[in-house]
Design a protein around this ligand. Structure first.
Ligand code: GDP
Ligand code: IMO
Ligand code: MG
Length: 433
């Protein structure tokens, strides 16, 4: 029996439009599951002209039947989670019986955010000695330090919040260690009493949502429920397969559904790779197809390429199919959701990277570290553009010929069918194939 499990994975450097695609598929979902990353993710859903930015709560939650699950692989900043819960409730979305949080989730605590900023500050001071040990441009949300604590056995999980005394003891112990480190950076130490007071209020709000998500999802699988896994970030930020350290703290590829939610990958029937019609990236690091002239501003403004989490202007570039090919391969992408094609309308020429060359020889994305990625030459194929606004088009055959040819090239190159073409930010703006 074919099951109803699918995953949505970002195939570039994040911000491909995963939120919109997850919302689209969630109409039929029983469970929508975040399984990795933290509130460095920013997923935007627009319904009836209202914008909903999601950071921790799954983007499918707006659909009445979908239950949002934050599974064990996600790290949680309670302040962000509670403000998201309160904002949704203020918008009339009652989360009672609609949100489940794993007790295995690790917490992002105030000292993680302070350490994230402190490391960035100190790296920034190094900028003159080497461009590669300067600032990374993290989101400043404490992601790297919280994941580091998880794997060095210094993390604190939601589980500890169940027994407040245990939490107080662990938090106090860890904060004292972290304050010593912060002191060496000459950064204001964390006030334990003040933070505990805040955390105690946040704890009360989230405890009713805490439940074993592993059992919940296994039962859902047995009952052939519709389960949708919502990926965050993009494969080019994966902690193992990115040009480290220009990475995020978690694995992003499909395999992290298994470690991050307990569902084996062979149970996933459909893996949607979300591919933006061009590329964007926030923060530092190599970006082979980056556009640095006036055209970058044109695309940035038209595409609204400003961070959902930090508001930073995103760097933009041409579609990099060498990188996306790798992302589709490593994540076993079965279907493509192609987004933001409307943003390219009006450009005279559109370029797409089909190969990398280093010192005259071909090199694949997987063989590149940051040094290779920053010095290689992208090989481009050029396409003629189209003038028409395509936002309101709902059938593939009604798209301008040059647009269709661009899309067909992508599909053939990736040897993966494009099944959804998103033509605008709103829920109804898409073409189904
Ligand atoms: P995510 O992190 O992958 O979920 O993407 P973000 O939400 O951070 O960024 C994508 C941005 O593009 C958001 O502002 C979306 O509302 C918007 N968006 C999504 N799909 C489309 C599309 O097809 N066309 C246009 N113009 N905007 C889109
Ligand atoms: P969504 O889910 C774009 C980037 C940051 C930075 C690097 C490390 O919205 O696609 P971190 O705070 O994770 O330690 O920062 O990773 N980054 C993202 N860029 N979209 C995201 O998520 C990102 N999550 C992390 O900009 O370069
Ligand atoms: Mg985003």
């Amino acid at each position: 029996m074919k099951n109803n499990v699918s995953a949505v994975i970002g195939t570039q450097w994040g911000d491909e439009g995963k939120g919109k695609i997850v919302d689209l598929f969630s109409e039929k979902a029983d469970y929508v599951v975040r399984f990795h990353g933290g509130n460095n993710a920013g997923h935007t859903v627009i319904v009836d002209d209202k914008k909903y930015p999601f950071h921790l709560i799954p983007s499918g939650i707006l659909h009445p039947n979908a239950i949002g699950v934050i599974a064990n692989g996600v790290i949680i900043d309670l302040e962000v989670l509670v403000s998201e819960i309160e904002n949704l409730q203020a918008n009339g979305i009652n989360l009672k019986k609609k949100l489940v949080i794993s007790p295995r989730c690790h917490l992002i605590l105030p000292y993680h955010k302070a350490l994230d900023s402190a490391y960035e500050m100190i790296r920034g001071k190094n900028e003159r000695s080497s461009q590669w040990i300067g600032k990374l441009g993290t989101t400043g949300r404490g992601i790297g330090p919280a994941f580091a604590d998880k794997v060095s056995y210094n993390g604190i999980r939601i589980y500890e919040l169940l027994e407040w005394e245990n939490f107080v003891e662990k938090f106090t112990f860890q904060t004292k260690i972290k304050n010593k480190i912060l002191n060496t950076f000459k950064v204001t130490p964390i006030n334990i009493r003040k933070e505990l007071k805040k955390l105690s209020r946040l704890r009360e709000i989230i405890l009713p949502f805490v439940k074993d998500t592993y059992l919940l999802l296994q039962k859902a699988l047995d009952e052939n429920k519709n389960i949708l896994f919502e990926g965050a970030h993009g494969v080019m930020l994966d902690i193992d397969f990115s040009p480290y350290p220009f990475s995020t703290g978690s694995n992003v590829i499909t395999g992290s559904v298994n470690t991050g939610a307990g569902i084996a990958v062979q149970k996933i029937a459909t893996v949607w790779g979300v591919v933006k019609a061009y590329t964007s990236r926030v923060g530092g690091g190599p970006f082979p197809t980056e556009i640095t002239d006036q055209l970058a501003n044109t695309i940035r403004e038209k595409g609204g390429e400003y961070g959902t989490t930090t508001g930073r202007p995103r760097r933009v570039g041409w579609l990099d199919l060498e990188a996306v090919k790798f992302a589709c391969q490593i994540s076993s992408v079965t279907d493509i959701a192609l987004t933001k094609i409307d943003v390219l309308s009006g450009l005279k020429k559109i370029k797409v990277c089909i190969d990398y060359k280093l010192k005259g020889k071909p090199i694949s994305y997987s063989s590149c570290g940051y040094s290779e990625l920053s010095t290689l030459t992208p090989i481009y194929k050029e396409f003629p553009g189209w003038e028409e606004d395509i936002t309101n088009i709902r059938r593939f055959k009604d798209l301008p010929k040059n647009c269709r040819e661009y899309l067909e090239f992508i599909e053939n190159f990736l040897r993966t069918p494009i099944k959804i073409i998103s033509t605008g930010p709103s829920r109804e703006e898409y073409i189904k194939l």
